[in-house]
Design a binder for this molecule. Sequence first.
Ligand SMILES: [Zn+2]
Length: 110
Amino acid sequence: MTDVNSLRVRLWRRYAELGGDLAEIEADLREPLDADFAEQANELEEQVALEALESRKLREMADIRAALARIADGSYGTCVVCGEPIAEARLQALPTAITCIGCAGKGEQA
Ligand SMILES: [Zn+2]
């Protein structure tokens, strides 16, 4: 039996951590550009990288919210493709997993 409670705690912690990271990224993005043009080019490049990082973190937060919703409605830990239970080791390694390892391997679900 999967220890859903400890996974839920981990998901919440990760969620809070991501929220903190995002606040930092947004503060960086809001910093005014340097007056020097060459420096501006560097800063704009950095912004593009930060925005990519930001969207990855936002996606992870959405996955975590979905996992928490599945915990709440009792469907957590069940593969959305084949309906079989997801192995505990897989959930421990990837608490936001929505497919069993077999279905993930088939590439039916990202
Ligand atoms: Zn499956």
